[in-house]
Design a protein around this ligand. Structure first.
Ligand code: Q46
Ligand code: ZN
Ligand code: ZN
Length: 316
């Protein structure tokens, strides 16, 4: 198959867009599309400072690469979680992020979670029992907290994450199955800051399929960690992704239209802001007044220490 824009061999055929592109025109198209999404959803302007959360995976590093090409002021932040999984998961991902930043002369902030907490994520999960079998709930809470803190202290305007369409659709599918209106009403390419201790959160890759992100990383020669976090295995999200991949195979474009139709429905007011459920950040209902944690300055639903600081107290 040939590229739509030139005579070269296409490296990808995006059936949902009826578009095949070569190794030169595909990455160009990805960069242009990202800029279009940044403007369309009013994510940020060239004057604003962006903090990119990088994990060493293809999505976050590709996002950083795209923003760098577009000329945005974008620093990276990597959180060392201390997860090994028998293959040095955290160590390897950190090395890849450092290499990526060094090659492009970009600033990478590395935060060692164990140093901040006094324990690694798996240790913390065991101590607090919050993780039960898996450390993901402790991990999620810690990552959210550290990202907010780094963004706040570094006076960034916006925090960008590498969630792709497959990620967003899996979350959307799960929330729809449970009719979790609280989460649905807050799932968006842009999450405005609701508290002085929070910055705006954006997902510039939310309309790209995972296979497009993998192709982009490959064509651009981005070295990333292929392995998933060892604790991701058997997660509900992966199960939903498998189901949705089956749907996409039978009906190309199904994921994209499910997501876009959801965003449109929301715009039309299909989902009102509920007052009783937690939002996507897990801190209170969408319109609810948030308090300030006296220890870290972050947001909390109740007066007193936030969930993260309460967890750290337990470790002490
Ligand atoms: S939450 Fe769980 Fe992830 Fe943390 S422990 Fe690994 S799988 S990294 S997105
Ligand atoms: Zn071409
Ligand atoms: Zn706190």
């Amino acid at each position: 198959m040939k590229c739509r824009k030139c005579d070269q061999k296409a490296v990808i055929n995006m059936r949902q867009h009826k578009l095949a592109l070569c190794a030169v025109h595909f990455p160009q198209w990805m960069v242009e599309q990202t800029q279009r999404f940044i403007e369309k959803y009013r994510m940020f302007t060239p004057k604003e400072r962006v903090l990119v959360a990088v994990s060493g995976g293809k999505d976050s590093l590709s996002l950083w690469d795209i923003l760098w090409q577009l000329g945005y002021t974008a620093d990276g932040v990597y959180i060392a979680l201390g997860i090994d999984g028998g293959f040095g998961y955290s160590r390897k991902s950190q090395e890849l992020c450092e290499k990526f930043a060094a090659q492009r002369g970009l600033k990478l902030i590395v935060v060692d979670a164990a140093q901040q907490l006094g324990a690694t994520i798996p240790e913390l999960a065991a101590i607090t029992q919050r993780g039960k079998n898996k450390p993901c709930s402790v991990c999620g809470l810690t990552k959210r907290h550290i990202l907010d803190q780094v963004a706040r202290e570094g006076q960034y305007d916006v925090l960008a994450t590498g969630h792709n369409l497959d990620d967003e659709v899996a979350v959307l599918f799960g929330n729809t199955l449970n009719w979790n209106v609280g989460y649905l009403s807050r799932q968006s390419p842009v999450l405005p800051a609701r508290h002085a201790g929070l910055v705006r959160k954006v997902k510039p890759l939310c309309r790209f399929y995972e296979r497009e992100m993998a192709a982009y990383a490959l064509v651009r020669g981005i070295e990333y960690i292929y392995e998933e976090c060892p604790h991701a295995e058997g997660s509900t999200t992966i199960y939903y992704k498998t189901l949705l991949n089956q749907l996409e195979t039978d009906r190309p474009g199904a994921k994209l239209s499910f997501y876009l139709a959801f965003l449109q429905a929301k715009e039309k007011g299909f989902l009102a802001q509920p007052q009783t459920e937690d939002d996507e950040e897990g801190i209170g209902a969408a319109g609810e007044h948030l308090h300030t944690c006296p220890s870290c300055g972050g947001p909390t639903t109740l007066e007193g220490l936030c969930a993260f600081c309460r967890m750290v107290e337990k470790v002490k």
